[in-house]
Design a protein around this ligand. Sequence first.
Ligand code: ADP
Ligand code: ADP
Length: 229
Amino acid sequence: GPVIRFNDVHFAYDAERPILKGVSFEIPAGHTVAVVGPSGAGKSTLSRLLYRFYDVGSGAITIDGQDLRDVTQESLRARIGMVPQDTVLFNDSIAYNIRYGRPDANDEEVRRAADMAQIGPFIATLPKGYDSQVGERGLKLSGGEKQRVAIARTILKAPPILILDEATSALDTKTEQDIQSALDVVSANRTTLVIAHRLSTVVNANEIIVLKDGQIAERGTHFDLLGRQ
Ligand code: ADP
Ligand code: ADP
């Protein structure tokens, strides 16, 4: 069966205002499913439910056939890596932040992950600005740089399942392209849920779901969706 399954998922943050209204889709092993749609449609909410920041209202999410509510937090975190929209870094070195989730990793592995995420130079220049407040007062990382640290962390952890909540709309084109290529590296051959803002960034997804007002309005490949417009 599929690695990830959303079965008629309903969800509301507040009882009066439903956000997801019966969402069903599956992600087979190694596939990438991308969710696109207007702001406020509920895209990020899907990723938060999969990472179990919240429980579904009704319906179910299963991972390898097991209901998410029966999976321990520890087991879930071991299986899923998430690159969230707003990465909050620990007040510690960039290397520490990248190593978080795999404390056993050696320096060479950390450096390689940093290079793949194009954040390598920050590790090297760290001692200069480092005052135990990295990301706040120390190195003053931009949003894109913090996201690259999160990507490096995920590359190092190499979980079988990935959630990529893209936040590239606020970045300049060059940074966006750099981050996109880093994300492509992480998601290759992994079971991936991508939250995307533009169809152009998810050309290679096995399936694209267009979410509108908490429901699936359209679904298909990039080719299918462009052909229908
Ligand atoms: P998208 O990712 O498609 O932009 P979101 O899933 O972030 O949409 O949000 C869907 C809706 O849920 C929005 O109207 C948003 O304001 C609301 N929302 C998101 N997070 C919360 C929260 N923690 N509490 C209440 N409402 C929320
Ligand atoms: P861990 O379990 O590995 O300590 P968390 O699961 O707490 O890490 O968080 C993983 C990432 O998701 C962090 O970068 C964090 O900033 C982000 N995050 C945590 N809580 C939420 C939330 N409610 N909504 C969106 N993102 C969150």
